[in-house]
Design a protein around this ligand. Sequence first.
Ligand code: HEM
Length: 169
Amino acid sequence: MSSSLSIKTKLVLDFLITLFFVVVMSTALTGLAVHEWLGIVILVMIIVHMLLSWQWIASITMRLFTGLPGITRTSYILDFLLFAAMIIAIYSGLMISRVAIPALGLNGLTPSFMWRGLHSLSSNSLLLFTGLHLALSWNWIVKTIRKYVLTPFFIKNKSTPAENSSSTK
Ligand code: HEM
């Protein structure tokens, strides 16, 4: 995959993860079935997101205790907390599932107070970590949207009248 294609894939994927996350957090609006299946879809998307960022993760992990800039180390620690909270939210969600797990024929789980509490705590922590993650990635987000969405869109629009006039010659 070319690097520009991989950045575009990342941008679309990150947008979808953020959108799905907002939807998953609105259980009262979506109902439990959408909530549970979308929660499972997010798990798959997070794995793809990590695979696409694997080079960054591997290189920072190897240099974590050497002279890394403070902001990079902070980002890494925050991303780790975000990932851990996401895994706990999804795992505890599976433990209290009333739709997806029974639909898959796995009925042996008894929802407990502990798993409910953990689900609630991890999903609320996710809100905080996601906000911080977006704030720390803001430069990348703005730069990438400008380069891959806004610039191509405006160039295309600017060239349209010229193309139109040349096509009438
Ligand atoms: C990114 C993943 C997820 C997030 C952020 C998330 C978040 C939430 C939130 C905010 C609530 C509502 C209130 C609360 O109990 O605090 C909730 C409830 C619930 N979630 Fe999730 N969830 C996720 C994934 C899942 C998954 C994968 C499942 C199951 C397959 C699941 C099953 C449930 C169930 C059964 C409830 C109702 C709990 C009850 O009635 O006490 N969730 N979730």
